[in-house]
Write a protein that binds this ligand. Structure first.
Ligand code: SAH
Length: 264
């Protein structure tokens, strides 16, 4: 059976650079070194990364949207599947129920994500998947930069603040378009992150019974809709406060939470 060709509809750019594949696998290997749990790969495609991830000898579950890829992987890895070392779920990663029994010990998640839905998939995991705590993803370079950006940088915004409050960001590296077939128009980046062992406030945890995560998220989004405006224009309560003359991009993630505590 020959491998299915790339389909733009599914955001398919297949990794062909073995050096990059090996480097991703090395990053993934640092994620659940101690727990030895199940690994989830999102968007395996024809399986360039999947094949090397299997070599880690962790139970692997791959979630793939394109049924042609699912069929190909089932054929290619029939023996691993029958040995219970690999399971393939034919579904949209945005629609998966993360409470399924087979995700019981799934602490780490990785993948070369389709660029149009990468950010949505990451937030969906952080907000709906309570078990997973280690992540390694390939995304469009600009998107990775947005997640990692520091205050006062042009890339700094809501994704930077939310991710950096929930997670510690680990290593990253950049990947050239020539490492894929077909090559994408943009550069790519790989980065890892782990949920923080302790949040600055428990109510930031999306799973806390009194979570304020979602309201806080809306609060920050509202401010960044006018990223050039002083905060007192968006939040009249800050008229007299020294914060009032600052702009959204000047506050660190922790200062955003402090501001929320002050005026929520
Ligand atoms: N991991 C492979 C393929 C990456 S391309 C490699 O690196 O070579 C991205 C893959 O994600 C494609 O196979 C695409 O079909 C799949 N995909 C796209 N949207 C998805 C979604 N919402 N859920 C799961 N898989 C998805």
């Amino acid at each position: 059976m020959s491998s299915p060709s790339a389909d733009k509809q599914f955001g398919q750019h297949f990794l062909i650079n073995q050096g990059v594949i090996d480097r991703i696998v090395r990053s993934v290997a640092t994620l659940n070194r101690d727990s030895g749990g199940t690994l989830i790969e999102i968007g395996p495609g024809p399986g360039a990364l999947t094949k090397e991830l299997l070599a880690l000898e962790w139970p692997l579950i791959a979630i793939e949207l394109d049924p042609r890829m699912v069929e190909f992987l089932e054929h290619e890895h029939a023996s691993k599947i029958s040995q219970g070392k690999l399971k393939i779920i034919s579904q949209d990663a945005l629609a998966v129920d993360w409470n399924r029994d087979d995700f019981e010990n799934a602490y780490s998640i990785c993948g070369n994500l389709p660029y149009n839905v990468g950010t949505a998939i990451i937030f969906s995991l952080l907000e709906k998947n309570q078990k997973a705590n280690g992540f390694c993803f390939m995304l469009q370079k600009e998107v990775v930069q947005r997640f990692m950006a520091k205050p006062r940088c042009k890339d700094y915004g809501v994704p930077s603040i939310m991710l950096q409050l929930l997670c510690d960001i680990g290593e990253h590296f950049w990947v050239q378009p020539g490492s894929f077939n077909p090559p994408p128009k943009v550069q790519s980046g790989v980065f890892s992150f782990c949920r923080k062992a302790k949040l600055i406030n428990e109510r930031l945890n999306p799973f806390h019974p009194q979570s304020e995560y979602f309201e806080f998220n809306k609060f920050v989004k509202r401010a960044f809709q006018s990223r050039r405006k002083m905060l007192r224009k968006v939040f009249p309560d800050l008229k007299e406060s020294p914060r009032g003359t600052q702009r959204p991009e000047e506050l660190s993630p922790e200062e955003w939470w402090e501001l929320w505590e002050l005026i929520k």
